[in-house]
Ligand binder design. Structure first.
Ligand code: TXA
Ligand code: MG
Length: 355
């Protein structure tokens, strides 16, 4: 398949023809990748089973892992959800448009192929202008998983999408790099207490401020039993992984000097054994490391600079051919919970804890 590349520019006229073409493709059951404020999504017509099948095939994703339905106006929830609880209305008023996904009981018009056979559907109203314009002009609700090959780090630029999906989808819309860099917070609002199934930019504290309470699904709390079954089916699969073997190094007491020392020692050992070693540092520590590829993910003092670059850096280690990677760890406060969730998954749970 020949994938069309299009860029959103300052030129309104050329943008209009991009949305027109993309809408045509979506209405015909094809796939269009587009930017959102979290990560790039792989869009299809959410009410069309055939489009869902193509989405799973392009990503190489297991079809029991349901897709998020993207809408551009709140009232659309009444068309696709059987029940819209008060907590959903309150959370939507606080955080939509934005990086939050709500799981609610689905209506019959949402095909089982979108929801992996579940009786619920995940819905998001994104904040990115290109995403909103695409949903509105195409006239369809857009199902969109992250636009990466299943298992790989999620795409935060159109180039990442091209690398994974060129030739497998109809169109890629380049709207520049994303802002947040990790996927939306997924919240189950079907029960009494809103439950976070996947952490993201909207934190449990922010949810508590709106609803008075919030729980975390056991499977995302570290130290949860290995057999804890995640309620978001996607959380059980291998995820976000770079090609090299990633290990997180964490100091329990927060001693960064000890972290730097440990990573440098491990790096030297592996390099002596003939490995190409990558190190994921922060601006604060970048100059203190010795490895083959040393990259800063961002500024410790500014969470969003870390989330925005995490997946891109993991891909850069692949480009450099590193087969062993060490990363610093991060505080689990605020959005740190989401950052550590993605990092620990990318590491397949490998962590070295020191004093
Ligand atoms: O930020 C995002 O959410 C991005 C952008 C493109 O919007 N999308 C995204 O989609 O991350 P995806 O498919 O990569 O992740 C969707 C997550 C998975 O963990 C999936 O299991 C969960 O949401 N999910 C979807 N529908 C669900 C449902 N009905 N019940 C529970 N979890 C659900
Ligand atoms: Mg994904």
């Amino acid at each position: 398949m020949n994938t069309i590349f299009a860029t959103i520019t300052e030129d309104e006229k050329s943008n209009a023809s991009v949305y027109e073409k993309a809408g045509e493709i979506l209405r015909a059951g094809g796939l269009v990748a587009f930017p959102t404020e979290t990560v790039y999504g792989l869009g299809g017509n959410a009410l069309n089973s055939e489009a869902a099948g193509k989405t799973y095939a392009a990503k190489g994703r297991p079809s029991d892992n349901p897709l998020i339905v993207h809408i551009a106006d709140f009232d659309a929830v009444y068309e696709i959800c059987e029940e819209v609880p008060q907590t959903a209305k309150d959370l939507a008023a606080a955080f939509w448009p934005g990086p939050m996904t709500l799981v609610m009981k689905k209506k019959a018009i949402v095909p089982d192929s979108i929801t992996g056979g579940l009786g619920t559907v995940a819905v998001r109203l994104p904040a990115h202008p290109v995403a909103l314009q695409l949903i509105r002009t195409s006239g369809v609700y857009i199902s969109a998983p992250s636009a990466n090959t299943s298992g790989k780090p999620s795409p935060t630029t159109a180039e990442h999408v091209r690398f994974d999906l060129d030739g497998k989808i109809d169109m890629i819309i380049d709207g520049g790099p994303v802002e947040i860099g990790i996927e939306s917070t997924v919240i189950d609002v079907t029960g009494e207490v809103p439950t976070v199934l996947r952490p993201g930019f909207v934190t449990p504290e922010m949810i508590r401020e709106v609803c008075g309470c919030a729980e975390l699904d056991k499977a995302i709390i570290e130290g949860a039993p290995a057999d804890a079954v995640p309620k978001a089916p996607g959380m059980k699969y291998k995820h976000y992984a770079p090609g090299g073997e990633l290990t997180v190094v964490e100091s329990i007491s927060g001693n960064m000097d000890a972290v730097v020392e440990t990573i440098n020692r491990l790096s030297a050992e592996k390099r002596a054994g003939g490995h190409l070693v990558g190190i994921l540092a922060t601006n604060e520590t970048l100059s203190r490391y010795e490895g083959d590829t040393v990259l800063s993910v961002g500024d410790r003092k500014e969470e969003i600079s870390v989330s925005a670059h995490l997946f891109a850096r993991l891909r850069e280690f692949d480009d450099a051919g590193t087969d062993i990677i060490y990363s610093e760890s991060f505080s689990r406060d605020n959005m740190g919970l989401a950052i550590m969730n993605r990092l620990m998954k990318a590491a397949g749970g490998r962590i070295v804890r020191i004093e």
